[in-house]
Design a protein around this ligand. Structure first.
Ligand SMILES: C[S@@+](CC[C@H](N)C(=O)[O-])C[C@H]1O[C@@H](n2cnc3c(N)ncnc32)[C@H](O)[C@@H]1O
Length: 231
C-alpha cells in the first residue's frame, strides 16, 4: 500500500534527464526523475545485493570497483562498507545527484559516510557508455551497472546501448581476468544473460522476489565472470 503520509520535497533541480526531485513520505525518501518514480529508501535489497553478490565472487585485499548509477547511494555504500574495496569509481550521469551526495542528502550514503570513505571514492559525472571504457584495459575487479530498469523496460531510451554487445564487450575489457560484470534488472532478461555470456564469460542469473505495494515483483541480477586466463 502507498501510505497516506504527507509528502515533503527535500530538494528539486533540473537534471540531464529532466527534473529531479528528492522527497520524503513518512520515513521513506523517494527519488523521482522527469516525473517518473525511480526508487525509494524502503526497498533497497536488490540494490545492496548487486554489490554483495559481486563482492562474494571476488578475492583480493585491494579491490578496485566501478559502479554505474548513484541513485540514492545504496549500491555504492554497500561496496564501501567492505574494507577490501580500496577504490570505488562511481559514475553518475546527473550532476544534481552528485551535488546532493556532497550535501549529504542521499539516504544510502549520508554525509558522515562520505567523509569516512575519503579517498576511496572517486566520482565521475559522466555517461557510463564513455566513462567505463576509459577506465583502461584490465584495470578493475568489477563493474556494476544499475542505470536503468534493464533492457525490457527502459526509462531512458539512450540507455538501450548499455545492455548491448558493443558496450558490454568494452566493459568486459576493463575487467581484470576473473573480474565480474554485474547488471541489475527490474525483470528477468534471458537475452541479456546471453549477451553477457558472449561478451564477458559465464553468466549467472540471481532472481529475487520483492513484495511492493501488495504486488510480488521478480528482480534479476546478472553476474558474468571474465575467464581467469584471458587478457
Ligand atoms: C536506479 S538509480 C541507481 C540506484 C542505485 N543502485 C542505488 O543503490 O541507489 C539509476 C541511476 O543511474 C543514473 N544514470 C542513468 N543513466 C545513466 C548513464 N547512462 N550513465 C550513468 N548514470 C546513469 C541515474 O541518474 C540514477 O542516478
Amino acid at each position: 500500500m502507498i501510505d497516506g503520509s504527507p509528502v515533503r520535497t527535500l530538494a528539486r533541480a533540473d537534471g540531464v534527464l529532466g527534473e529531479v526531485v528528492l522527497r520524503r513520505r513518512g520515513d521513506v525518501v523517494e527519488l523521482v526523475v522527469d516525473g517518473v518514480f525511480t526508487m525509494d529508501s524502503a526497498h533497497t535489497t536488490t540494490e545492496r545485493d548487486l554489490a554483495t553478490l559481486a563482492l562474494e565472487r571476488l578475492d583480493g585485499p585491494a579491490l578496485r570497483v566501478a559502479v554505474g548509477g548513484l541513485g540514492l547511494g545504496y549500491t555504492a555504500a554497500t561496496l564501501l562498507a567492505d574494507p577490501r574495496v580500496a577504490l570505488l569509481e562511481l559514475v553518475e550521469l546527473d550532476a544534481v545527484l552528485v551535488d546532493w551526495l556532497g550535501r549529504g542528502l542521499l539516504p544510502g550514503l549520508p554525509a558522515a559516510a562520505v567523509e569516512a570513505v575519503g579517498a576511496r571514492l572517486r566520482v565521475h559525472v559522466e555517461d557510463v557508455l564513455t566513462a567505463i571504457p576509459r577506465l583502461g584495459p584490465a584495470s578493475v575487479d568489477a563493474v556494476l551497472l544499475d542505470v536503468d530498469n534493464g533492457p525490457g523496460f527502459l526509462v531512458h531510451p539512450d540507455n538501450a546501448r548499455v545492455y548491448r554487445q558493443g558496450f558490454l564487450a568494452a566493459a568486459a575489457g576493463v575487467l581484470r581476468p576473473g573480474g565480474v560484470l554485474a547488471v541489475w534488472s527490474s525483470h528477468p532478461a534471458p537475452d541479456l544473460a546471453r549477451v553477457l555470456n558472449a561478451a564477458v564469460g559465464a553468466c549467472e542469473e540471481v532472481l529475487t522476489t520483492v513484495e511492493r505495494d501488495g504486488r510480488r515483483l521478480v528482480y534479476a541480477t546478472y553476474l558474468a565472470t571474465r575467464p581467469p586466463g584471458r587478457r
